[in-house]
Design a protein around this ligand. Structure first.
Ligand SMILES: Cc1ncc(COP(=O)(O)O)c(C=O)c1O
Length: 430
């Protein structure tokens, strides 16, 4: 239940705040006042384990002391000099070169996921050979809400999709196979069709993809999907552009989720987990693309907040801790515990149609009945609000709940969060 101070606060805000907030904010009705590590505190003093990690941003939890220190020190020194060099930037470039695959050795900095997706699209368009004027993407993919990004998003994100010059391929959504097939007897036909419609088309310049589709509910491709598509793209001259805005930085148990599927992208975009929630994004690419004169014309990678020293300080501190404390190993260890517990819940609750994920990124898909698999957004919403009332914050989108706790969580708090989730499920759907 939303406490009295929060209720009053929300009523005051509602007088002037434009509607159109996320489902999480609308149905959660909480006023979060503080965050420390994995714990949030609301205005009435109630505490929550944050299994949404901000908005999948707080890989180190809230207010990690080293990130706070780096930001505070930077705030005392310098805030914005456009994209001029600052002392920390070389350190961040070196760090990225250590963490990312060797072939992705050139970087440009931006401020949000959508902004870095737009930058990648500009590079693709600037370097595309004549005649390659279409861009491929996957159904159920999400890449942001700016016009270029929306060109690649064909499901309802609150505005009508803008189809532009994109061509869509089937995503590996086995639970709701658009071809009505079953894995593995399907022989991954969705991938064969992506190959035919995108990878082998002479008028397509790039495939922009989420290696694991996050916003669609953590859709994890089955073995064979990426193998079939990636090689064909390479052979067909179609660039592989990995949108790792959500997955990048370690969340799936590898620094890039693409690596888990053997995909070697030409460009990769990172944002959410990169700078602990400070607006920051990285475009990583192969030198021959990002340094091509057509792509790197004067000002191509600059914007008001691109390369801003505060973002650089936050990213550098965050990624240094991820590297030094071997947190990606922790993601894998905690991810296994999570998978075991969630599989038990999946088999126990009929209306929990499917649990999917890897590392510390999990999606729970709710249905009205397991045979028809009719989406049950009201159930997801009830589990979300009940879990909040019990002290667990998750991420809600339609009939899907996502769980993505910080990498710094200990086993006891992970178990505690999963116990709270189980309790919420018992209350709503037992
Ligand atoms: C894969 C992916 N790409 C792009 C975006 C857009 O990022 P932003 O909201 O920072 O514009 C998101 C946001 O959730 C995302 O998940």
């Amino acid at each position: 239940m939303t406490g009295l101070r929060q209720t009053q606060h929300l009523a005051r805000e509602a007088r002037h705040l434009a509607p159109g907030a996320s489902e999480e904010a609308v149905h959660g009705r909480r006023v979060f006042a503080e965050g420390h590590g994995p714990v949030l505190t609301d205005l009435d003093g109630n505490q929550y384990l944050d299994f949404a990690a901000g908005t999948l941003t707080q890989s180190l939890g809230h207010g990690h002391p080293e990130v706070v220190e780096a930001l505070t020190a930077q705030a005392r020194r310098l805030w914005n000099v456009h994209d001029s060099a600052t002392p920390d930037r070389a350190g961040l470039l070196d760090l990225l070169a250590r963490l990312l695959p060797e072939r992705l050795d050139t970087y440009a900095f931006f401020s949000t996921g959508a902004e870095v997706v737009e930058a990648a699209l500009r590079v693709v368009q600037a370097t595309a050979p004549p005649g390659r004027n279409r861009i491929g993407a996957l159904r159920h993919g999400f890449h942001g809400k700016t016009m270029g990004a929306r060109m690649l998003v064909h499901w309802d994100i609150g505005h009508q999709a803008f189809s532009g010059n994109s061509v869509l391929g089937y995503s590996p959504y086995c639970y709701r196979c658009p071809l009505g097939l079953e894995y593995p007897s399907c022989d991954v036909r969705c991938a064969t069709l992506v190959r035919r419609h995108i990878a082998e088309k002479p008028n397509v310049s790039a495939l922009v993809f989420e290696p694991v589709l996050g916003a669609a509910g953590v859709v994890v491709p089955p073995p064979g999907y990426w193998e079939r598509i990636a090689d064909a793209c390479r052979e067909g001259g179609v660039l592989l552009v990995a949108d790792e805005v959500l997955t990048g930085g370690g969340r799936t148990g590898a620094f890039l989720a693409s690596d888990l599927f053997g995909v070697e992208p030409d460009l990769a975009m990172l944002s959410k987990g990169t700078a602990s929630g400070f607006p920051f994004a990285v475009l990583a690419g192969r030198a021959e693309l990002l340094r091509r004169p057509e792509a790197a014309i004067s000002g191509a990678y600059a914007s008001t907040y691109a390369s801003n020293p505060l973002g650089i300080a936050a990213a550098r501190a965050t990624l240094e801790v991820v590297e030094r404390d071997r947190l990606i190993d922790r993601v894998r260890v905690l991810g296994e515990i999570m998978e075991d517990r969630l599989r038990v819940l999946e088999s126990r609750f009929d209306r929990l149609g499917q649990v999917r994920g890897l590392g510390l990124l999990w999606g729970l898909e709710f249905v009205t009945d397991p045979a028809a698999r009719t989406p049950a957004p009201e159930t997801a919403r009830a589990v979300y609000t009940t879990a909040l009332d019990l002290g667990l914050r998750t991420s809600l989108g339609g009939h899907i709940l996502r769980l993505a706790p910080p990498f710094t969580l200990d086993e006891a708090l992970l178990e505690e969060g999963l116990r709270l989730l189980e309790k919420a499920l018992e209350r709503v759907i037992a």
